[in-house]
Design a protein. Structure first.
Length: 338
């Protein structure tokens, strides 16, 4: 099933690529190879080190004319700390129509307005997900339809209605309503967003606020995220996190960055990705530090450190801190088709 879907999408992209277009379309994406070393961590992975390929994006963007555009993007993820092959799936598949200069209608598998603009401000997704994504407070995709608008003065907003099923098809009657409002200019970025959703027997509420400054010197920002799960039977569960980031330009092709995430409550689940975090019974803290080096216009090298540690929680005792050393690369590609 997955193979036939992948071949069908690749065939579609090939047909589009060979079709004369009114303007430039593009094939684009990137891959993230990485060398890692677990200097200290859980016994099952401590001292483990080696190469892995965290992620590959492969996308096709097409200008269909008359204000219509479309995107198809595949993602292939490596499996952390395991010998396994990358698994491909559809990450984006949407069509967009410009209703006016500053207003667009978008529908399909899209990015809901939960953290995608904060991720753009962070600008280091190759290092790690934003806190809302990393701690599973919100999903990076949904099958949805919405309006995205902005003003000439810098105000922006989004309203969206979706399945609340990620990249997958609908599986229950639950739906989500998303909203975002913010302001951005050359030096300031402010955003507030939230959504209300139904998932199975739970009502979900998500709220987020973020503010940042940026300029030729770099960027700095801080925010707070909150999630409530209210089941039909039983007690509500809440979790929140404070997070801050800073990036300082060291020259034309280098910057130093640091980020700190601080769970104010225990999390809804443990994190078992490329950076394991025992957060279901512990209040986790995450510190990331590194230097981003642009060695080519399409290639970055980022030596970096990630440190996970804990304060009190519901567990009898808190785990020891985990220390990860990494060398991350980002290799981008883009080819325009006229």
């Amino acid at each position: 099933m997955k193979k036939s879907l992948l071949f069908s999408l690749l065939a579609t992209i090939l047909v589009l690529a060979l079709t004369p277009a009114l303007s430039a379309d593009s094939i684009n994406g990137y891959m993230l190879p990485e060398y890692y070393m677990v200097a200290s961590g859980p016994e099952s992975i401590e001292s483990q080190h080696g190469f892995w390929l965290r992620r590959i994006y492969f996308g096709y963007d097409s200008d269909l004319g008359d204000g219509f555009s479309a995107r198809v993007r595949l993602e292939m993820n490596g499996k952390a700390f395991a010998a396994d092959k990358l698994i491909p799936y559809v990450k984006n598949a949407h069509i967009q129509k410009k209703l006016s200069k500053n207003l667009s209608l978008i529908a399909g598998i899209v990015e809901p307005p939960s953290f995608n603009m904060v991720e753009k401000f962070w600008d280091l997704r190759q290092i790690e997900k934003t806190p809302a994504d990393f701690f599973k407070f919100a999903s990076s995709r949904d099958f949805a339809a919405g309006l995205e608008g902005k003003s000439n003065g810098g105000l922006f907003y989004t309203l969206m209605y979706g399945n609340y099923s990620g990249e997958g098809d609908e599986s229950d009657k639950g739906k989500a309503v998303y909203a975002r409002i913010g302001f951005e200019n050359n030096s300031l970025f402010i955003e507030a967003n939230g959504h209300m959703a139904k998932s199975g027997t739970k009502d979900i509420t998500f709220l987020s606020f973020f503010a940042g400054l940026k300029g030729s010197w770099g960027r700095f920002g801080a925010g707070y995220i909150y999630r409530n799960e209210s089941p039909e039977a039983g007690n509500d569960q809440n979790s929140g996190a404070i997070h801050g980031l800073a990036a300082i330009n060291l020259g034309k092709n280098a910057e130093f960055y640091a980020r700190y995430d601080h769970l104010t409550d225990v999390n809804f689940r443990d994190i078992g990705d490329f950076l394991p975090v025992l957060s279901k019974e512990n209040k986790a803290r995450l510190l990331m530090v590194g230097i981003r080096l642009k060695v080519h216009k399409m290639v970055e090298l980022i030596p970096n450190i990630k440190y996970v540690f804990y304060s009190e929680g519901t567990a009898a005792g808190k785990p020891d801190g985990d220390f990860h050393l990494l060398l991350t690369a980002k290799v981008s590609f883009k080819s325009e088709i006229l």
